[in-house]
Design a protein around this ligand. Structure first.
Ligand code: HEC
Ligand code: HEC
Ligand code: HEC
Ligand code: HEC
Ligand code: HEC
Ligand code: HEC
Length: 292
């Protein structure tokens, strides 16, 4: 969601007008030359122009970035963004923007303090609030969009590593058979699209634990203590080893796809909105037989 914030937001900023001798800026770049309103709090360490307006040096620590050709700007440098070394780009945005005000409700928090459902949340995805006593399949649950697209818009199609590669129809029929057999055995559902593609909800339940009766297959899912906090990761003692092991392949991948993916091996602490735990492989084994 945070990345969504960035993309929506940068979209809004499409067309600042610059004089022809103004520095070339990448498309969708943050606006410059503007004075902050009361909604923005700029830390004192961030430089501003004579009129208190945003200048290149407000955000970039690279010397003469405005005179450097675009393709020569070193975005890897810790000085590229003032204060450097942000784990996520939004960490930088929140130096000036109010984090709370720019975040959206986690619509997956569907139960109130009394354990009653928050009906408003249901309608993000369902045409009407499903009657939980009556509705017992997703065909009856009147989704606003097909399974393949219902999560997109709020989430990216590639919210994490390996998500895109998974949203396909299994290459072998054996996998389909395995899914049917194993999901029954595990007492869960693994919804696939009309075309038998894996979708986000094949692995994830969109509902908070307890919204759907946990004793039914649609309601069986990983119980999450703190849904608001969501997935968290913990440092892993093997990080250095695993990272070193993947270094060459990752470099190759990045070269091939002209990307800059970094890898950091961590252990999943809390899992969230999953049909089965993934950290011990249970979820994966519903579909995969890694012996093949
Ligand atoms: C140095 C402080 C600073 C940083 C860092 C910063 N911004 Fe801004 N941003 C501003 C100022 C100042 C404005 C002008 C609007 C205002 O003052 O309310 C602005 C405006 C915006 C707007 C337009 C909002 C509107 O109300 O029209 C968006 C969207 C935005 N910023 C997104 C981002 C994103 C995304 C990041 C991180 C990648 C970011 N900003 C980082 C200072 C900053
Ligand atoms: C409010 C903060 C802010 C201001 C002011 C600002 N930038 Fe940026 N700039 C950013 C952010 C954020 C990015 C995108 C970083 C990312 O996506 O990794 C960026 C990206 C860039 C890049 C892209 C590098 C690349 O290849 O991706 C260049 C070049 C750049 N800015 C130049 C400038 C220049 C020149 C100015 C002054 C005219 C300026 N910026 C002012 C925040 C700012
Ligand atoms: C983010 C989207 C989303 C939201 C929000 C949402 N649902 Fe669903 N719902 C789905 C999807 C996708 C399915 C089909 C897959 C599944 O059952 O997990 C579904 C299926 C169901 C089913 C059928 C389960 C079965 O037995 O097969 C019921 C009942 C249901 N939802 C009730 C609710 C209620 C009540 C709310 C509000 C508290 C709600 N949903 C909010 C996406 C959503
Ligand atoms: C709902 C079924 C399903 C689940 C659950 C699942 N996978 Fe997959 N996985 C697939 C499908 C479908 C493909 C695409 C290739 C194919 O059809 O064999 C795939 C491909 C892969 C690939 C190859 C990706 C590539 O680059 O081509 C890896 C690695 C993988 N899965 C690992 C995992 C792991 C690890 C888990 C558990 C966290 C997992 N899978 C859970 C269905 C699943
Ligand atoms: C109306 C917007 C919306 C829709 C639709 C939506 N989500 Fe979310 N989702 C959110 C927000 C907001 C969060 C809170 C965390 C964040 O901001 O990333 C979230 C969090 C999550 C998380 C936990 C992330 C974490 O960091 O803990 C998962 C998993 C997830 N959503 C899966 C889904 C799936 C699967 C669907 C489709 C059935 C879906 N979401 C549809 C808005 C949405
Ligand atoms: C093959 C199974 C699988 C598929 C398909 C899949 N995910 Fe995930 N997803 C996972 C696992 C495993 C995790 C990490 C553990 C967890 O959520 O507890 C995860 C994590 C997430 C997170 C939290 C990421 C973080 O690090 O904060 C979000 C958000 C999310 N998924 C959304 C989606 C959406 C949206 C889709 C579809 C576009 C999707 N996922 C498809 C298995 C899957």
């Amino acid at each position: 969601m945070k990345s969504l914030f960035v993309s929506c937001i940068l979209y809004l900023l499409l067309t600042p007008t610059f004089a022809s001798d103004a520095p070339e800026l990448p498309p969708l770049h943050h606006l410059v030359g503007i004075k902050a309103s009361d909604a923005i709090h700029i830390p004192d360490t961030f430089k501003l122009g004579d009129e208190q307006e945003l200048i290149c040096a407000s955000c970039h620590g690279l010397k003469d970035i405005d005179k450097t050709p675009l393709d020569e700007v070193n975005t890897e440098s810790d000085d590229f963004l003032v204060g450097g070394g942000y784990r996520k780009i939004t960490g930088f945005c929140y130096r000036c923007h109010d984090e709370k005000k720019t975040q959206r409700d986690n619509i997956h928090l569907m139960l109130d303090e009394k354990g009653e459902i928050k009906k408003k949340q249901c309608e993000f995805c369902h045409e009407e609030v499903p009657d939980r006593e009556q509705v017992s399949s997703f065909k009856e649950a009147k989704l606003r969009l097909p399974l393949t697209t219902i999560c997109l818009g709020c989430h990216l199609k590639d919210p994490h590593f390996n998500a895109v590669e998974h949203q396909v129809k299994p290459a072998k029929d054996e996998m389909l058979k395995r899914i049917e057999k194993n999901s029954q055995q595990q007492g869960i559902i693994v919804p696939l699209s009309d075309k038998k593609e894996v979708t986000c909800v094949s692995c994830h339940s969109p509902h908070q634990y307890g919204v759907i009766d946990p004793s039914t297959p649609a309601g069986k899912q990983v119980q999450t203590k703190d849904l608001e906090k969501g997935v968290d990761y913990q440092p892993h003692p093997w990080k250095a080893v695993v990272t070193a092991d993947k270094l060459d392949r990752l470099a190759e991948f990045n070269k091939q796809h002209d990307m800059n993916v970094a890898f950091s091996y961590q252990r999943i602490g809390q899992e969230t909105l999953l049909r089965l735990p993934a950290k011990d492989g249970q979820l994966c084994l519903v579909c995969h037989d890694f012996k093949d």
